[in-house]
Write a protein that binds this ligand. Structure first.
Ligand SMILES: [Zn+2]
Length: 161
């Protein structure tokens, strides 16, 4: 059985630090394009060797964004209010986290931090880490070597055209 999802509300609270002045998406197509670009990035392909097909849908009628799926595909359901870059990366982190782990556990948080680092840059990554610490959220990320020396501008990979 999957471990209890004990960090859920803390993660929801902590991640709001990224919501100010972040990128928003207008359409499902924009989000799908962003996800496709994320998945084709070398750093992501190296880290996640399971290849899922990830489909973004409009999440109509849902209060929260969510990720569902099977062993071969994942579906990200994104209601209009939730179409922000960090929320999309949050759902992508669910899609890339093995289902044997707790839903918002340390492994999920590590994946989320990794994606924020790669696609939103070092400042956002540091903000999220501080907020995780303030909220006593468990994570245990190992920063990729390649990024340790880089500053925000040289490291940032922007998959959004
Ligand atoms: Zn979640």
């Amino acid at each position: 059985m999957r471990p209890r999802d004990s960090q859920r509300s803390k993660v929801y609270k902590a991640e709001k630090v990224l919501w100010d002045s972040c990128k928003s998406f207008l359409t499902v197509g924009d989000m799908q394009q962003y996800i496709n670009a994320c998945l084709s990035t070398v750093l992501v392909r190296q880290k996640y060797t399971n290849s899922y097909t990830i489909i973004v849908t409009d999440g109509r009628g849902r209060r929260h964004a969510c990720c569902s799926g099977s062993n071969t595909f994942r579906k990200l359901k994104m209601p209009v209010w939730s179409r922000k870059e960090p929320i999309l990366l949050h759902e992508l982190a669910h899609a890339l986290t093995d289902k044997k782990y707790s839903v918002h556990g340390a492994e999920f948080c590590n994946n989320y931090l990794f994606l924020v680092h790669v696609f939103m840059g070092l400042n956002c990554y540091n903000k999220l880490i501080s907020s995780f610490k303030e909220n006593s959220i468990k994570f245990s990320i190992q920063r990729p070597k390649e990024t340790c020396k880089s500053d925000d501008s040289t490291y940032r990979r922007d998959p959004y055209p």
